[in-house]
Design a protein around this ligand. Structure first.
Ligand SMILES: Cc1cc2nc3c(=O)[nH]c(=O)nc-3n(C[C@H](O)[C@H](O)[C@H](O)COP(=O)(O)OP(=O)(O)OC[C@H]3O[C@@H](n4cnc5c(N)ncnc54)[C@H](O)[C@@H]3O)c2cc1C
Length: 471
């Protein structure tokens, strides 16, 4: 079978070599003709359609080591798939050996130490499910099918970010298979340089096999959900969002969004497909306090739908899942914002009014608080001046509509990027980002990342990512 080498040459892998690999693995190996190959190779964003040469479905660190040794010995291009949610499709590459981590989904909670150990193939929902059994949680993102590995390695934010920072700020340690196929520990006490690089530097340094997260008391019930109004109310609702978010206690996270109403049962049928504005809220302190804090949102104007109620935190973490299914075509542009300005709200409304697809949205996430209090040099995720995230999410069904939807997304982004801190979220980047945008995302950490890369992966074996050149 034909594979690709690290420097892009074609390489014929013999049956003997393949048999040798299989003999060293517990997990299955899949070739393009095998059942399951397509499931392993496909990612969330249907714009990405790549065909790796072979897939190793790892069952443990031993399989990862065997696969890395094999890739090294044959000079093969290697890629690593966690949850496959990366918008740019960084988990997969044509002709590569793909390490599919999705069989490694164990989670162990140490209640006494308030630490969860999660295998690197976990999705966010796996970790929330197990930690919530103990009334604990770590900072994870808004859609439960996202992979923990990619999210954490690139930073990570969600409803708990205002209290406890980026997801990567909550990592106590990681287990990593290096480019030399050694299993090492990265923590504050062991291989501290590697530990630093892994908290924002992406998959540049090795294959992460497990992550230890610090846990915090959360739930099991929170006050959370969405309130929606017709887009004609957007000016007043966005002003409410702006002023409430500026004063919000850290337990409260507010998200504002504009889109066409999805066919959700909590929205009146005659509003489906019509432009709406919505505020998504999650209060992770006591329910009594939460109900008081979100009362102004529920009482505002005449909402067309209101599901902002007491609910399990684990359910809150899945609330947006149905809006982001695997298999649509997606193109996003994002910027970090220092504040929400009235002039930005005007632009949000203007661009929402020209949306080209029923699935697209303009979204403002609130993230300020704990992450702003750490030093920029704490870890390469950086962006410690970010207080909000603007995300323009183009999403549609047909390839024929690619041009119109990409154009809408880019126009909105071009018009709004003047409000940016100058930084953007590396995990929201698309396939076509310029080197300048990657530099802007990694900011001041880039030079130090290059040194860590040189120490741990001097040959740049791990290159199917936002790649840092070793120096
Ligand atoms: C619908 C949706 C919602 C999202 N919501 C949020 C959110 O709320 N908050 C947030 O912060 N982000 C969010 N994101 C962005 C998300 O963080 C990134 O897409 C992230 O890359 C997803 O991780 P993954 O493991 O699923 O990615 P994958 O596509 O599997 O991998 C992404 C990158 O990580 C590398 N990688 C994966 N596993 C490993 C490993 N074990 N070792 C080393 N490298 C590895 C891959 O090689 C690749 O370079 C969202 C994305 C989507 C599509």
């Amino acid at each position: 079978m034909t594979m690709r080498t690290l420097d892009g040459r074609e390489f014929d892998l013999t049956q003997d070599a393949l048999n040798g690999l299989k003999a060293r693995l517990r997990g299955p190996v899949l070739l393009p003709a095998d059942a399951g190959y397509d499931e392993s190779r496909t990612v969330w964003n249907a714009m990405i359609d790549r065909k790796p040469g072979l897939v190793v479905r790892c069952l443990g660190a031993g399989d990862v080591i065997a696969a890395v040794q094999f890739a090294r010995a044959n000079d093969l291009l290697l890629c690593i798939k966690g949850g496959g949610h990366n918008i740019a499709g960084l988990a997969t590459a044509d002709g590569a050996l793909l390490l599919d981590m999705s069989l490694m989904r164990g989670v162990w909670v140490d209640r006494q130490r308030a630490i969860a150990h999660a295998q690197a193939g976990c999705l966010l929902g796996d970790v929330d499910r197990e930690t919530q059994l103990h009334g604990l949680a770590t900072v994870l993102g808004f859609v439960s099918a996202t992979g923990i590995a990619g999210l954490t390695l690139g930073g990570g934010f969600g409803y708990l970010t205002r209290r406890w920072g980026w997801t990567s700020d909550n990592v106590a340690g990681m287990d990593v298979v290096t480019s030399e196929a050694r299993l090492v520990r990265a923590s504050a006490d062991e291989n501290a340089d590697l530990f630093w690089g892994l908290r924002g530097g992406g998959g540049n340094f090795g294959v992460v096999t497990g992550i230890d997260y610090a846990l915090h008391p959360v739930g099991p019930e929170v006050v959370g959900g969405v309130v929606a109004w017709p887009a004609s109310e957007a000016s007043r609702v966005l002003e409410l969002y702006r002023t409430m978010a500026a004063e919000a206690p850290p337990e409260l996270t507010l998200v504002a969004l504009m889109r066409n109403a999805p066919p959700a049962p909590w929205l009146p049928k005659d509003m489906h497909g019509k432009p709406i504005v919505a505020v998504l809220a999650c209060y992770s302190g006591t329910q009594e306090d939460g109900e008081k804090v979100v009362a102004p949102i529920k009482a505002f104007g005449k909402p067309i739908g209101d599901v902002l109620v007491r609910r399990p935190y684990a359910q809150m973490q899945t609330l947006l899942d149905a809006t982001q299914p695997k298999g649509r075509r997606y193109y996003w542009k994002s910027e970090y914002l220092p504040s929400i300005e009235p002039a930005l709200c005007e632009k949000v409304m203007a661009h929402a009014a020209t949306i080209r697809s029923p699935h697209s949205a303009v979204v403002l996430f609130q993230i300020d608080g704990a992450l702003n209090r750490l030093d920029e040099a704490h870890s390469p995720v950086g962006n410690r001046d970010a207080r909000y995230v603007l995300n323009i999410t183009g999403a549609w069904d047909q390839a024929a509509d690619d041009g119109a939807n990409i154009e809408w997304t880019r126009q909105a982004w071009t018009d709004m990027k003047a409000f940016s801190t100058g930084g953007n979220y590396i995990n929201f980047q698309t396939e076509d980002e310029s080197p300048q945008r990657i530099e802007a995302a990694l900011g001041k950490g880039l030079a130090r990342l290059a040194q860590v890369k040189a120490k741990w992966d001097s040959q740049n074996m791990f290159r199917t990512n936002r790649n840092v050149t070793p120096v």
